[in-house]
Design a protein. Structure first.
Lengths: 206, 129
């Protein structure tokens, strides 16, 4: 790819309105060389295009899309962050209670100590849910933030934004993660993952 | 050769709750000396100053992941270069397991796990205890 072509491809990523105006002027200039049916057809198609753009802008305004990008999504991500914090706090309280119970029976050396430790172990195992749910919720939060960025970018382009460029709008355009970071996609949903038994077999095959 | 349960174990995870769970389970299994690190970078730094008998690490951490930590340790030159390393992670895709193995992991536990699985995998890398 030549530098000129690469530069044009880069320009194509810019969706600012001034670019649209430039294109319109370019089309008008070309229309000056046309006449008769060809001119009428092109003019009609351009009017259809203008109507489609105006309809889209009106629909976005009617749907209160600004609320989605500027209010609803940020609120939803905050709510989900709060869920993670609350479950972590609850899990820490459960863990503290378990540790206290372990200390109460420590050194007894009898059946009761073994039974209490056995039950406490089950609670520890169950508490691993907090780590898994936390990671799952954070994945959802990241997706919501990408949606937020896309919506705000779209609003900016169509003139419905808040005037300032949203910092996430550009950042969410492409995946800028390193190859190492792209490997971190867990926890996988059932069906997209392999089991502990399958992992054991895989490792044994090396 | 009997397992020295007084050896230093390093638990690496960015979730404090998970570090606490693994530490408590290790204590129950008879391993009292457990250090904690919140990410690969901190763990790598700790392995530069202390000899560990076992490292149990999460994968998904910032700024340095568990895989980068593993590569850093195996590519290093200190006493921990060959330390038994168990990855405990929610990353359960075949690709991840293969990459971890190629980087020198000794065993791999997928979250959520139970105490029996932890014990079994530790035994597999350091011997029965």
């Amino acid at each position: 790819m030549s530098k000129d072509v690469a530069a044009k491809a880069g320009e194509a990523q810019q969706y600012d309105r001034s670019k649209v105006v430039q294109i319109v002027h370019s089309v008008i200039a070309k229309m000056e060389g046309l006449s008769g049916e060809a001119l009428n057809n092109l003019s009609s198609e351009l009017q259809d295009l203008v109507r489609a753009i105006e309809n889209t802008r009106a629909e976005l305004a009617a749907a209160r899309t600004q609320d989605l990008g500027l209010k609803h999504v940020p609120t939803a991500t905050d709510e989900l962050d709060a869920v993670v914090d609350a479950t972590k706090s609850a899990t820490d309280s459960i863990m503290s209670a378990c540790e206290a119970m372990e200390k109460m029976v420590a050194g007894r050396g009898d059946d009761i100590e073994q039974k209490v430790i056995g039950e406490v172990t089950k609670i520890y195992e169950a508490c691993t849910f907090q780590d898994i749910t936390g990671q799952r919720i954070r994945k959802v939060v990241n997706v919501l933030r990408q949606v937020e960025g896309k919506v705000n970018h779209l609003l900016e382009t169509l003139g419905h934004g808040d005037g300032g460029e949203h910092p996430l709008a550009v950042a969410s355009e492409k995946d800028t993660r390193s190859e190492e970071q792209k490997l971190m996609n867990g926890p996988q949903l059932p069906g997209n993952a392999i089991s502990q038994d399958e992992i054991d077999k895989l490792l044994a095959g090396f | 050769m009997p397992v020295d349960k007084n050896m230093q174990v390093l638990v690496v995870d960015d979730y404090s709750t998970m570090r606490r769970i693994i530490r408590n389970l290790l204590n129950q299994l008879g391993f009292p000396n457990v250090d904690e690190a919140t990410d690969g970078q901190q763990a790598l730094s700790m392995t530069g100053t202390k000899k560990y008998g076992l490292i149990i690490s999460d994968w998904n951490m910032e700024p340095m992941s568990g895989l980068e930590l593993l590569k850093g340790i195996r590519g290093g030159s200190n006493d921990n270069k060959t330390v038994p390393f168990i990855m405990v992670t929610a990353e359960s895709k075949t690709e991840n397991v293969i990459l971890a193995k190629q980087a020198g992991v000794n065993n791999y536990i997928v979250k959520p796990f139970n105490a029996e699985t932890l014990k079994t995998k530790i035994s597999a890398v350091i011997g029965d205890f």
